[in-house]
Design a protein around this ligand. Sequence first.
Ligand code: NAD
Ligand code: IPM
Ligand code: MN
Length: 363
Amino acid sequence: MSKKIAVLPGDGIGPEIVAEAVKVLAYLRDEQGLDISMAEAPVGGAAIDATGVPLPDSTLQLALNADAVLLGAVGGPKWEPLPHAVRPERGLLGLRKRLDLFANLRPATVYPQLVAASPLKPELVSGIDILVVRELTGDIYFGEPRGVERLPDGSRRGYNTMVYSEAEIARIAHVAFKAARGRQKKVCSVDKANVLETTELWREVVTEIGRRDYPDVELSHMYVDNAAMQLIRWPRQFDVIVTGNIFGDILSDEASQLTGSIGMLPSASLGDKYGMYEPIHGSAPDIAGQGIANPIATILSAAMMLRYSLNEPVWAERIEAAVSRVLDQGLRTPDIYAEGTRKVGTAEMGDAILAALRQGGQG
Ligand code: NAD
Ligand code: IPM
Ligand code: MN
């Protein structure tokens, strides 16, 4: 039966990078007989402009009825003056919550061709293969109470609530341990258990589950401040990192830079029923509209979609191989440019990946 993909380009560079991933998917549909269909809908600022809200019901319904969602990015300066409850970011958070996408997989791997693009020394970054497993529907992102209030003396106070239930911690821990079994069998759980009770519970629950169900996986714990430092000092010590929503947000941006650029990192947001695929970066307002954004993170997100939601692991691998071949050819968007390579724009990079896929697909 035909698989439905909801395509949500969003804002800023979102439409530019999603267009390149759609090229690849359209090739699979039109020339390789993959039984997929795509339907587009607005989310974030684009949806606010069109309908007044960041997650229109029609967009939510499209996502709920789809087999997978491909998302670009949301947000931008234009919508920053809006109240928090109706900002573009709430559209994305609403989708994650309504689809119950509690597990965000963010693989940070270094392509050998890009070792020189990392700000770290080559001997530190070559061979990095880290999977950040970020809890995505809990934590301070969703905890109540939240808000800004006026105190009796007229000054203002802002507050958010960091909260995790045992069940929420357990389900993300299982995802991390299972992922580790297919890799180096090492999980590093990152918390701030020395200060925050919520994450003290996190550490206890992850430890219990590890002991009980995954004795074959080596479990370690690290405080988040140390983890941020260790990622730069000796990134190859990590295999799977499991952590909460806010720490995972920050550490995955940090890990992305080890690989050369945030424009390289894809992600899969998974629940028991749904899957959404998006680059880990944002709408990059500073380069939007210039045709220079790196589309690779989004194209690799489409590859993850083929693997996790569409049961097409071979096409996922072929896309990943095509990206590698284009990097071999020396093509680079400005974010990963180094001397001796050829600078290209978003569409040229997408076209080159598609051309490499065509060649690989025939072989
Ligand atoms: P950002 O990730 O958009 O940009 C950070 C820096 O990385 C910028 O210099 C940008 O040019 C660069 N960059 C990001 N993606 C790139 C790509 N594909 N190719 C080349 N360079 C790239 O983060 P920000 O500037 O903090 O946030 C901008 C907006 O995006 C905000 O509104 C924020 O809320 C939103 N945001 C959305 C998402 C998402 O939709 N998943 C993620 C992060 C930020
Ligand atoms: C991300 C983004 C989002 C997050 C924002 C835009 C809500 O930074 O996907 O990493 O914080 O989760
Ligand atoms: Mn982020």
